[in-house]
Ligand binder design. Structure first.
Ligand SMILES: NC(=O)c1ccc[n+]([C@@H]2O[C@H](COP(=O)([O-])OP(=O)(O)OC[C@H]3O[C@@H](n4cnc5c(N)ncnc54)[C@H](O)[C@@H]3O)[C@@H](O)[C@H]2O)c1
Length: 270
């Protein structure tokens, strides 16, 4: 169902790797709602990715950018404004990667070079994106910037490893940059804290199958899917949420406020 919520709006969407990606689903929904946007991802992801199919499906152009590289980001923002014919209304930061997780390093045995790289990609890149947009005065008034996060920023999930720290930092950037973007440009900045979701990044977390099944049974509404997340993100890009800013918004079927569920209790009473 389409409501024309993003009619006439222009955006930049980071992080569509394949059709499971949350960014991919969001791009499809934003297109259905009338938005025009540029798709971007790291040059390496372009080579292996299927992003061209998404670009064709949504009538979008692709501009490669490593989200940790300030020159790439400057080029991305300038070219996007040229292609879209004006300033930007919405930006999705849907980027995450831990080198420690990839290399099988436990949280108690980090390689700090890996830690720094993962932090740069997963957390600091959000500041870099915001700073580039801010300094280039690239956002329209009442624009909306959203990044994706996970509840391991607030509570401990042992296998989420150093991504937990990266997400805490990311959420803090939304608050801190949200202040300046709100005051100076009337732009909102939020993070969405999403349920575990079967994507390339999600499945990189050790024990993901147990993790997602547990969350499903703990959430009164069940886990939020990538499609659900795309819907929610579109609402945050729309004019219906103009005064929502500097928030970390849980989108998790109620998981974050549930102490225990009957389904989980029953497993201990067998
Ligand atoms: N899948 C989950 O369970 C889950 C839950 C909560 C939050 N999230 C978050 O959602 C976001 C999107 O992840 P996803 O689950 O759709 O997985 P995904 O693997 O489809 O997307 C991650 C993206 O990050 C991109 N990326 C990595 N390094 C980059 C760089 N240097 N520059 C630019 N892009 C880079 C990848 O190419 C990929 O497109 C991430 O922030 C992730 O942490 C995921």
């Amino acid at each position: 169902m389409s409501y024309n919520l993003l009619k006439g709006k222009k955006g930049i969407i980071f992080g569509a790797l394949d059709e499971n990606s949350i960014a991919w689903k969001t791009a499809v929904r934003a297109h259905e709602e009338g938005a025009e946007f540029v798709l971007t991802n790291a040059p390496i992801a372009m080579r292996m990715g299927q992003i061209k199919n998404l670009a064709e499906q949504t009538g979008s152009e692709i501009i490669p950018a490593d989200a940790t590289d300030m020159d790439d980001l400057a080029n991305l923002v300038e070219k996007s404004m040229e292609i879209l014919g004006g300033k930007i209304d919405f930006v999705l930061h849907s980027i995450g990667m831990s080198v420690n997780v990839r290399k099988g390093r436990a949280y108690t045995d980090q390689n700090y070079g890996f830690t720094e790289k993962g932090w740069d990609v997963s957390a600091l890149s959000f500041h870099k994106v915001c700073q580039t947009l801010y300094q280039k005065d690239a956002m329209n008034e009442w624009g909306s910037i959203v990044a994706l996060t996970y509840m391991a920023a607030q509570r401990s999930f042992p296998d989420y490893n150093d991504m937990a720290d990266n997400k805490a930092y990311l959420e803090s950037i939304a608050r801190s940059f949200g202040y300046f973007f709100g005051k100076d440009k009337k732009v909102r900045v939020n993070t969405i804290s999403q349920s575990p979701t079967p994507t390339t990044a999600g499945q990189g977390v050790k024990g993901f199958d147990g993790f997602i099944a547990y969350a499903e049974q703990m959430s009164p509404l069940g886990n939020a899917s990538a499609d659900d997340c795309a819907d929610y993100t579109v609402s945050l890009f729309s004019d219906l949420t103009k005064k929502v800013t500097m928030q970390n918004l849980f989108h998790d079927g109620g998981f974050s406020n549930t102490g225990v569920s009957n389904e989980v209790m029953e497993k201990f009473m067998e």
